[in-house]
Design a protein around this ligand. Structure first.
Ligand code: SF4
Ligand code: SF4
Length: 643
């Protein structure tokens, strides 16, 4: 990549940036894209355009390279080959590909969960200096769900027993995962009847890889059911462990205030960014930036202090628990470098573009990879383990501080002011805001003040105008008295749009506005990172139990307007398999099998009580969701309106 440093200020950039209005709705995104163009820095949008037209076979899911008799393709027009070399037809090939997509997503979330369980075990053994049990009460609650008697036991002993019990969840010896008991009994019975009760977390992923090997499961329907089981092992297994152990180790989030967008970077401070998904490293960086000697060193180097900010879900984890400012979501991760104001980015894993190291070379920014399982071009690898994390975090913060003197002040470009937000809405915090039980929420639903609730989640994707899907859909939902709970990159988009301050209740419909004003909460609740989608499952389970119905009876929906990731595919499927209708904005690669399309968009209703819909237009998606919510209200005998 060529770099072409520009020395001019930002004044002229605002006009120039208008050409990027089709790329992103965000002001900081448009301005940074213009700056990137002037500096001849290639971004994800440039690479997307260079890929066009993308392969039609792959888009439809009709290409297979599961063995070396292939690769094979099936002709969607019926003129060319209709079977792969082994004899697999379109249904088999598409569903196998879909199953592998789910397996990868489930594996990613679940391996993240495993890493946290391992830290919990190390803490219990006294081998993780700097880490501690921040929420012992939650740990005891979770331990009792695992059948551990906590009476009279030392905290570290409970931590050890819980970590051991959680490690068992990954194996193959169980009939079902422990935490599925949080789902209503009737939902568990559905899973049992269908033979999709998730057993070991790793087992379901491993079995999916086995089934999709040539010559194993060649029934597209049973493959789809196993994909659902695999996704459930993520939602009620790997992701749920990740969230619960993160709360135990780092504290269960409570409502707090912070700021968001690229304006959170500071011209006069050392800027350090944490990016990825797992809070294990970033929590140690958070501790290190508060060490007096390192703050003093920053001052000696001419900075006013050390400014720690986040990107993507590692950012969400720190934002939820510590109020650390958020610089941006997935499509902002390259652009944040173009500010020229970042001393160091530390990455863990997932959603980290391999391009980042190269862009950083255009500036003074140090790029550090930290996980033993995630390496990147042009990044320095400094591996964190629970044993060395506290010390290594200090070393790296010191290096970031020392790098401040290498910053070229003439290239610093931070063109916007940050926006305020409120975050920290764990299930515990939501229930506390409601006075300790879900009853006020149920009463508001019954009275129609809140018509329903929707989880708006997922990524950005250059195929969709950045943040447009999230923000448009969310606005329409809250305007129509639908409470939104969001996570991941969707949560970042909605916060940047100003939906996450209590005053945003003014743009909500009259019923939702009244409830939000009474509780002092925004109409869009930040629930956390991508693994924290399970908080929505847990809340849905609690609501269903309180009403003595199934989750699929509730006026709920899910949406992932701009998803890109295999993890998001797994989330969408576990949400549907849990009984929640879900609308996704980007089309998954399944259109090559109309049988599979019909199954997931129609027939699953009779099997799981919920379906998946694909609707790229967020205005239309809002209408679909509103109609669905009114249908569910009618089913519960609640007053409805015409949509
Ligand atoms: S598994 Fe069958 S369809 Fe796939 S590459 Fe091998 S021969 Fe071709
Ligand atoms: S929402 Fe998607 S892009 Fe964003 S951090 Fe999560 S998986 Fe990655």
């Amino acid at each position: 990549m060529q770099c072409n440093p520009v020395q001019e200020g930002g004044e002229k950039m605002s006009d120039f940036s208008k050409k990027y209005q089709d790329y992103t709705i965000t002001k900081d995104g448009q301005l940074m894209l213009a700056r990137a163009e002037k500096e001849q820095i290639e971004t994800v949008w440039d690479r997307y355009k260079a890929q066009l037209p993308q392969c039609g076979y792959c888009e439809l899911g009709l290409s297979c390279r599961n063995c070396v008799m292939g690769p094979c393709r099936v002709d969607p027009f019926g003129e060319g080959p209709q079977k792969g070399v082994c004899g697999a037809d379109a249904d088999i090939i598409v569903t196998r590909n879909f199953g592998r997509m789910i397996a990868s997503g489930a594996a990613s979330h679940s391996d993240h969960g495993r890493d946290l369980v391992e830290v919990l075990l190390k803490v219990s053994q006294g081998k993780a200096p700097g880490y501690e049990i921040r929420d012992p009460e939650k740990m005891k609650r979770v331990a009792s769900e695992f059948g551990i008697d906590t009476e009279g036991k030392d905290i570290l002993q409970i931590a050890g027993e819980l970590a051991e019990a959680m490690q068992e969840e990954f194996g193959t010896r169980k009939e079902s995962l422990e935490l599925v008991s949080r789902a209503p009994e009737v939902r568990q019975q559905t899973w049992k009847k269908l033979g999709i009760m998730p057993r070991g977390i790793d087992r379901e992923t491993s079995e999916m890889m086995h089934r999709t090997h040539m010559g194993v499961d060649n029934d597209w329907q049973s493959l789809t059911l196993h994909a659902a089981r695999n996704a459930l092992s993520d939602g009620w297994g790997g992701s749920m462990l990740a969230t619960e152990v993160s709360d135990i180790l780092f504290g269960t989030p409570k409502p707090l205030s912070s700021v968001i967008n690229i304006g959170v970077l500071k011209e006069d401070e050392v800027n350090i960014i944490v990016h990825g998904h797992n809070p294990v490293v970033s929590e140690m960086i958070y501790q290190a930036v508060q060490d007096d000697d390192l703050v003093q060193l920053a001052k000696e180097k001419g900075a006013k202090g050390i400014n720690l900010v986040g990107l993507c879900c590692t950012g969400n984890e720190l934002l939820m628990r510590r109020g650390i400012p958020m610089a941006g979501n997935h499509l902002m991760t390259e652009l944040v470098l173009v500010t020229g104001a970042v001393e160091m980015i530390l990455v863990d894993y997932q959603c980290i573009m391999p391009s980042l190291g190269e862009i950083a070379k255009c500036f003074h920014t140090k790029m550090i990879s930290t996980s033993d399982k995630a390496r990147f071009p042009k990044m320095e690898h400094r591996e964190f383990h629970p044993e060395n994390a506290r010390e290594l975090a200090r070393e790296l913060v010191k290096e970031a501080v020392e790098n401040f003197t290498n910053r070229n002040p003439d290239r610093v470009y931070i063109p916007v002011e940050p926006v305020k937000l409120m975050a920290g809405f764990s299930v515990e915090a939501i229930l506390e805001a409601l006075g300790g039980s879900p009853d006020p929420l149920i009463e508001a639903l019954k009275a129609g003040k809140i018509r329903g609730a929707v989880g708006v989640v997922g990524c950005n994707n250059p195929k969709i105008k950045h943040d447009y899907g999230h923000v448009t859909l969310t606005r329409r939902l809250i305007e129509n008295d639908i409470l939104v709970l969001d996570t991941g990159c969707a949560a970042v988009a909605n916060a940047k749009a100003g939906f996450k301050v209590p005053e945003a209740a003014d743009i909500a419909g009259p019923g939702l506005k009244e409830v939000c004003k009474a509780l002092g909460i925004p109409p869009v609740l930040h629930v956390g990172s991508c693994v924290d989608n399970v908080r929505i499952l847990v809340l849905a389970g609690a609501l269903a139990n309180a009403l003595n119905v199934d989750i699929s009876d509730l006026p709920l929906a899910g949406a992932a307007p701009e998803w890109y990731s295999e993890k998001a595919a797994s989330i969408a499927l576990y949400v549907v398999a849990s009984g929640i209708y879900t609308v996704i904005g980007t089309t998954p690669p399944i259109l090559g099998s109309m049988n599979l399309v019909k199954l997931v968009t129609e027939d699953l209703e009779g099997i799981l009580g919920a379906t998946l819909a694909v609707e790229p237009d967020p205005e239309k998606a809002a209408t679909l969701i509103r109609r669905h919510i009114e249908k569910k209200r009618a089913g519960l005998g609640l007053p409805t309106i015409e949509v």
